[in-house]
Design a protein around this ligand. Structure first.
Ligand code: C5P
Length: 218
């Protein structure tokens, strides 16, 4: 049994879980896993290699040989910094399409669990509490209205200099929510013992403070 404590933060796209999880990890001095980045990295590799979204065997091979390096908020793959590239909307959309394949998900399990190192891990994604770290000491399901999430994503993209359109973002978020929640492999849903937090009207600091309070109560 692994004694290293884990805080699992799951939720839909653009619910703010990435920023929140990083802040919680920084506050505790723990490691941080952005599991969505792994699906995005597989998607990026698939795009580069011309692998189709339905080619499960080839995608699973890409996932199995994935050796990303995370350092100071940057991610490198095959010797190249791809931090900004994996945030592209086309990469995110493909990540969500390929994440439905059970063999690909299984291929990423060990990689994800390898992030569980002392003194602790804060992991964010869709199935951190339900599949990857079912023994996590604290499980948080972070939601926000689709409008709030589209607004945040729009702001994020404009700050990075990527053009975006709210109506298209809304459409894409709804499609991705639907796909993430309705797939049969590890669908997005709160674990039975997860605490739910709606961040639509909360500032990031308030969300972080609430999670740290929950952690402190344990
Ligand atoms: O969180 P992020 O938007 O970066 O994730 C990209 C895609 O990867 C999601 O739309 C989702 O389909 C998939 N994903 C997943 N399981 C995770 C994390 C992400 O299926 N734990």
């Amino acid at each position: 049994m692994n004694e290293v404590p884990v805080i699992a933060i799951d939720g839909p796209t653009a619910s703010g879980k990435g920023t929140v999880a990083q802040r919680v990890a920084a506050a505790l001095g723990w490691h941080y896993l952005d599991s969505g980045a792994l699906y995005r990295l597989v998607a990026l590799r698939a795009l580069q290699a011309g692998v189709a979204a339905a080619d499960v065997a080839a995608l699973t091979r890409l996932a199995r040989s994935l050796r990303p390096q995370f350092d100071a908020g940057r991610v490198c793959l095959d010797g190249r910094d791809v931090t900004d590239e994996i945030r592209r909307e086309d990469v995110g959309a493909l990540a969500s399409r390929i994440a439905v394949h059970p063999p690909l998900r299984a291929a990423l399990l060990d990689l994800q669990r390898g992030f569980r190192c002392p003194p602790g891990l804060v992991a964010d994604g869709r199935d951190m509490a339900t599949v990857v770290f079912p023994d996590a000491g604290l499980k948080v399901f972070l939601t926000a209205s689709v409008e709030a999430r589209a607004g945040r994503r729009h702001k994020q993209l404009s700050e990075k200099g990527f053009p975006s359109n709210i109506a298209i973002l809304l459409q894409d978020l709804r499609a991705r929510d639907e796909r993430d929640s309705s797939r049969s492999a590890a669908p997005l849903r709160p674990a039975k013992d997860a605490r739910q937090l709606d961040s639509s009207d909360l500032a990031i600091d308030e969300v972080v403070a609430q999670i740290l309070r929950w952690h402190g109560e344990r």
